[in-house]
Design a protein around this ligand. Structure first.
Ligand SMILES: CCCCCCCCC/C=C/C(=O)SCCNC(=O)CCNC(=O)[C@H](O)C(C)(C)COP(=O)(O)OP(=O)(O)OC[C@H]1O[C@@H](n2cnc3c(N)ncnc32)[C@H](O)[C@@H]1OP(=O)(O)O
Ligand SMILES: NC(=O)C1=CN([C@@H]2O[C@H](COP(=O)(O)OP(=O)(O)OC[C@H]3O[C@@H](n4cnc5c(N)ncnc54)[C@H](OP(=O)(O)O)[C@@H]3O)[C@@H](O)[C@H]2O)C=CC1
Length: 269
């Protein structure tokens, strides 16, 4: 389905990004993955039997590193057809405890990093080639607001609207852009990063009684960038077992602290 296509998947060393890199490579694409650490990238590469996945370190928040990544992919492969903006994340915190620096950190990663990658790939590869390209950005549901993640909710809303605006502006270049918005996905990070009460509550209370798998998100992304998804642009596609339309009280009684909020995520060491 993707023979001859060259794809970049950010955050391809783990979770949804790893599953997406493997899915695209399984359909014949040559995939370059990036992240801040080399080791997880190498681990993903080793899982692909035909040598179709290679890793290049890059912090998507840094403009010079983004430029260097895109230049390197073009030098190696001569073209880019697909960009998957998957790298992202946040720390869990009651909104009143998020500092200006903390808010900026999350917005920089999710919104500015996505913008830098998208702009660089479009201006260096998609537009000059005359062939356009496909962009999928991974965001989040629920769209009604992800309580405990004010910074990330704001950033992801920005990403989804960015995809819509660019779908209009860059239609003339043949560039199609969409967002894929997962619900709660059983990645290693989700299962280990957040306070146990938060993780257990959302694992047990999701509508369908089961979490989304990274592979389900990856297969949706592969469909969107495949020939079958050619007419998809400016869309937000939920992969969430109905999470977006469910009504959830905040904070959930079962995990509310004495302050009437949620437990803050421990700082990483
Ligand atoms: C209805 C609901 C349904 C809810 C249903 C639930 C659905 C959950 C769905 C979502 C799941 C996922 O996304 S799972 C995937 C998540 N994956 C990730 O988050 C991976 C990427 N994340 C990260 O790298 C980090 O978390 C992130 C903080 C964003 C960036 O890390 P950095 O190393 O760049 O930054 P740091 O140096 O650690 O921190 C920079 C500043 O950020 C702030 N900061 C960082 N960690 C902090 C913390 N735990 N508590 C407070 N503040 C913190 C401080 O101000 C820090 O500055 P100082 O004070 O100076 O230190
Ligand atoms: N798991 C879930 O429940 C859900 C996840 N999502 C979103 O899906 C995406 C993937 O999540 P998931 O697979 O669970 O999480 P992971 O933590 O496994 O993946 C995040 C990846 O992004 C990379 N990354 C983080 N910061 C940067 C950076 N500044 N520059 C480049 N790469 C970076 C990390 O690698 P490294 O640390 O080496 O840089 C890592 O490989 C995220 O955007 C997440 O918020 C959305 C809905 C639900």
């Amino acid at each position: 389905m993707l023979d001859g296509q060259v794809a970049i998947v950010t955050g391809g060393g783990s979770g949804i990004g790893r599953a997406t890199a493997l899915e695209l490579a399984g359909h014949g694409a040559t995939v370059v993955i990036c992240g801040r650490r080399q080791e997880p990238l190498d681990e993903t590469g080793a899982l692909e039997p035909h040598g179709r996945i290679a890793g290049i370190t890059c912090d998507i928040r840094e403009e010079d590193q983004v430029d260097a990544l895109v230049d390197e992919v073009l030098a190696r492969h001569g073209r880019i057809n697909i960009l998957v903006n998957n790298a992202g994340g946040q720390f869990l915190s009651p909104a009143e405890d998020i500092t200006p620096k903390g808010f900026r950190t999350v917005v920089r990663l999710n919104l500015e990093g996505t913008w830098l990658m998208t702009h660089a790939v479009a201006t260096k590869a998609f537009i000059p080639s005359g062939n356009g390209g496909r962009v999928v950005s991974v965001t989040l549901t629920p769209h009604t607001g992800l309580a405990g993640m004010a910074h990330s909710s704001a950033a992801r809303a920005g990403v989804e609207n960015l995809m819509k605006v660019l779908a209009i502006e860059w239609a003339r270049f043949g560039i199609k852009l969409s967002a894929v918005a997962p619900g709660v996905v059983a990645t290693e990070t989700f299962m280990t990063k957040y306070p146990a009460a938060f993780r257990d509550h959302y694992t047990e209370s999701v509508l369908a009684g089961e979490l989304v798998t990274p592979e389900q998100v990856a297969q949706t992304i592969a469909f969107v960038v495949s020939p079958a998804g050619r007419a998809i642009s400016g869309s937000v596609i939920n992969v969430d077992h109905g999470h977006d339309v469910s009504q959830v009280r905040y904070p959930p009684r079962e995990i509310a602290t004495e302050r009437g909020s949620i437990e803050q995520e421990a700082r990483r060491t």
